[in-house]
Design a binder for this molecule. Structure first.
Ligand SMILES: Cc1ncc(COP(=O)(O)O)c(C=O)c1O
Length: 465
């Protein structure tokens, strides 16, 4: 194994960083210049933390299908997809046509019929969707689902699994690692005190926490995306659901990542486990701003101001939740996913992602470097290790080499975001795109001196290759 405490490791990283930054800067003079201007108004020149990465972020002019073009005119195969949102690729024709046809409606009207049509389409596709409430983002949807669960059960605590991200509300910005730390300053300990961290694969720990009788809900990203796509089998999700129900708690699926991505009916269709509540955003409206909370009618009734039966009432409202462009976009996108589900599109995209994972791994191992990958639907993550492929092990890896690899990919025309270690594919990606990404990875490993910072591959009997 590479000794990451050796001085040669740090100096190797320094040299590698310098080389990649130089190549990156050389091909992006207009982005560098724009970043200087943007930083005078926008914090760090960007509109959100993850959109910044060193030495400076790139600025984009547009995109089409699987491709995006930056303001320097560099062309990329886009594997970031604006944070996994553009699941149908850039500018999907059916969605654009629907938005154009609907322009005369105005962007915001009171109680548009469209909202009902979006809700009906969700009911058709998503098993848990007996009732629907629309919001603007994944963060809002998660906050709302937790409030509904708390109102319905009369309890306040939420179980959240280590390593997962559920949006930027204070109460879930803890435990993005295994130590349960809050993510950054400005989050009072009181606001995360009702969020209880737990290991995803430890059902005994889950049962123990539930035994306290004060858990309102278990919040699960069924893809365990932020933790590294270390998912469970169907039986694991069944066990989580059963444990929650036996303790009088609810199961919430955060389908902001899994929704429409791993199956047209989301993780609940993929794993065959129907949660009590589920939330959607990102690919729901493919770039327009829409989130949804769906769930059992008796639970969703907590937000019903017209209810005459006794029961708790939970407030929920959002000024822009009736955006007609967002609802139009969502309706067209969901109809697209439905058709892809029938036509075998999900099998195709799954095969593309496997090809990508295997191809990337091969580029590393061909050069004697350790590399493994996780994959679920159109998502792939790489881990530069020959140790156990688990969250517990991979969370402790030094991320700097993989971040530099992603930055290197940018210099070779593949857009991923250093720091997130994600490859997201869309339904617009092709086999040719995948083979081009794999070839680019080979060029990255050959052009820069990764040899100084990579663990060598070991054969099954432990011998170094
Ligand atoms: C699993 C999950 N939940 C919630 C969110 C928050 O969604 P948004 O960024 O739309 O607020 C995200 C965003 O990345 C996510 O990945």
């Amino acid at each position: 194994m590479t000794d990451i405490t050796a001085p040669s490791y740090e100096s190797g990283l320094e040299v590698l960083t310098e080389h990649i930054h130089e190549a990156y800067t050389d091909r992006s003079p207009d982005s560098a210049e724009w970043h200087r201007r943007a930083s005078q108004s926008l914090i760090a020149g960007v509109t959100g933390t993850v959109r910044y990465f060193a030495p400076f972020p790139l600025y984009f002019a547009g995109g089409q299908g699987s491709r995006a073009v930056d303001i320097d005119g560099n062309d990329y195969i886009d594997c970031f997809l604006c944070g996994a949102t553009l699941l149908l690729g850039h500018r999907p024709p059916d969605v654009e046509e629907a938005i154009r046809a609907n322009l005369e409606t105005g962007s915001l009207i009171l109680n548009p019929k469209l909202a009902t049509e979006v809700a009906e389409q969700l009911q058709k596709m998503i098993p848990a969707a007996e009732r629907v409430r629309l919001v603007n983002s994944g963060t809002e949807a998660v906050m709302t689902a937790m409030r509904f669960a708390r109102a319905f059960t009369g309890r306040s605590k939420i179980i959240k699994f280590h390593g997962t991200y559920h949006g930027m509300s204070d109460q879930v910005l803890s435990g993005l690692d295994r130590r349960g730390h809050r993510l950054g300053a400005g989050i009072p300990s009181e606001t995360v005190s009702q969020t209880i961290g737990c290991d995803f694969d430890n059902l005994d720990q889950v049962a123990e926490l539930l035994a306290g009788g004060d858990i309102a809900a278990m919040l699960v990203d069924p893809t365990m995306h932020h933790a590294g796509l270390f998912v469970g089998a169907k039986e694991h999700y069944e066990a989580l659901r059963d444990l929650a129900h036996e303790a009088g708690a609810l199961l919430i699926f955060d389908e902001v990542i899994s929704g429409f991505r791993i199956a047209a009916g989301g993780a609940q269709e993929y794993f065959g486990v129907v949660p009590d509540l589920a939330v959607f955003a990102k690919a729901l409206a493919v770039g327009e701003k829409l989130g949804a909370i769906v769930g059992r009618a008796d639970i969703m009734a907590v937000a019903d101001p017209s209810r005459t039966t006794p029961g708790p009432f939970a407030f929920q409202s959002g000024t822009c939740s009736d955006s007609t462009s967002a609802q139009t976009s969502a309706l067209a996108a969901m109809r697209g996913y439905e058709k892809l589900g029938i036509d075998g599109g999900y099998n195709k995209i799954d095969a593309l992602a496997k090809r990508l994972g295997e191809g990337l791994q091969q580029q590393f191992t061909d050069r004697g470097f350790a590399c493994q990958f996780t994959q679920l639907g159109p998502m792939v993550r790489l881990f530069l290790t020959d140790g156990p492929l688990s969250y517990a092990h991979c969370e402790r890896l030094d991320r700097r080499p993989i971040d530099l690899f992603h930055l290197g990919l940018i210099t070779e025309g593949v857009l991923t975001i250093p720091g997130s270690n994600d490859f997201f594919l869309s339904f617009a990606h092709t086999v040719a795109d995948i083979d081009e990404i794999v070839a680019a990875a080979g060029r990255v490993l050959d052009s820069y001196n990764f040899v100084d910072v990579m663990a060598p591959t070991t054969t099954p009997d432990g011998a170094k290759t």
